[in-house]
Design a protein around this ligand. Sequence first.
Ligand SMILES: [Zn+2]
Length: 538
Amino acid sequence: MILHKSPNKDPKLPKSYRPINLLDVGGKVFEKVLKDLTSEALYTPLAPEQFGFLQGKCTTDAILKLHQTIENGDLKYIAALFVDISGAFDNLWWPALLVRLEEQKIPKHLYDVLKDYLSQRWVEVQTPLGTYAKPVTKGCPQASVLGPFLWNLVMDTCIQRLKPYATEVLAYADDLLVLWQSRSRLHLEEQGRVICRQLQEWCELNKLTVAPDKSALMVFPIKEPKTFRRQPTVRINGHRIPVVRETVYLGIRLDLFLHYRSHLRLQTHKAIQAVSRVTSLAKRDYSLTPEKQKILYKGIFEGIALYACGVWAQRILLKTSGSILLRAQRTALVRLFGAYTDTPLEALTLILDEPPAHLTALFRAAKYHVKRDRPDLSHELIENYSNLSKSERKEKLVEMWDAWLRESPKGTFARAIFGNVHNRKRLPWVKPNRAIIRVLSAHGPFRDHLCRRRLVDSDLCLADSERDTVEHAVFRCRAVPETLKEARMKIQARTLRDIIQDREDWNILSAALADLVQKRESESLLVRAGIQVAEADS
Ligand SMILES: [Zn+2]
């Protein structure tokens, strides 16, 4: 048992502490056996409205169900009541659970084992004044196998009770959501009263309470975006439930029109913050290879930013939502790979061989929908996704990626070198590091670029009075490190485009590029120009 205190809570209040009760391995095995036996013996299986702790079900399923219920609504409004059950798990009352097990007609020997397992439990706390012990009659230990299952069993009775009065009831662990349709505010309030009465009765039976201030009511307009002159009143235990225009449900921020724009804004912001924290930790660590940087990008940025994309990916095709995601992706890549802050995303996707995030989201969503056997939805996203083979899907992504590049005027330098995405994919030896990204995007310590950014007055090279472009620096400039001069002698091809096609030439040149970039960036002219490199502001 561990006592854990969060920093901004009153240390004097017992509620500020979270006792963690861990289950040992023996207990886990025992609970797993009990759980499997009990779930097989259930008289009625768990309601399909349950989504938590169940194999093959995830939060996206529950959110999507909510989304579809609202979209398929045919009356004027859909009310959504987000119910917060106070400390749900800690308050799962065992006697109510045992009644439920009896109702489920599980065999007597199993019932007796469960009853015995739940009886005579004590919590012990070691304090400087000695050991303090207290009997326990509710709650389940952390990491318990049986606990969530037992909770679902009790939650089932809640669903059965509310279902006749609601359009949809969704339960994910202790997250309860009740949806009902209505023609008018009055109708909405009436139905709300009935539902809340049922909910209250259920709570009383199970010794649970709803926290009205933590619960929320959202009223989604179905046809026209109309709002009430007076907000509807729905009460639980005599307390009015706040009516909100936005709320967070299972980690996704819902808005009244299901645009998910504010969700994307918040979620991408979170993703960038997480990326920044990691890059500041790894700042001086040059052992981060491009492969590791990519793993970090996928794990951190995509993991956070693309959460539940099965629900919102269709929206990404709308301009604003798409640009929120792409802007965030550019920031994340710039920070992770230490590129110049103004490097265009178009160039980064090619150099790093990383598709634009809106397409990644779209393809992930299509995959999700195909897996869930909802071809109608994936059809909307990507034509015939379910009929495509694995390689055809990859081809389709490349095709859409190329189309996206063609539509944009940015990243022309990288595009001139690589040609298109298909060609980029045939050059696995181009492994992008800081120097290579600077050279291949032309967003680096070249006076031509710095002049365009108004960081220097002239684009002429100080050593040769020729325009200081990438080509000048790589092939002609005299003020370069010896390693680059030697590399120039060994390379056959004469343009960057030709050099990257040849593995040997590229390996010789790319090794020397690091020296070139380092020399130029440490030169005082850049320092005076106050060049902002990504890691400086991360
Ligand atoms: Zn020069």
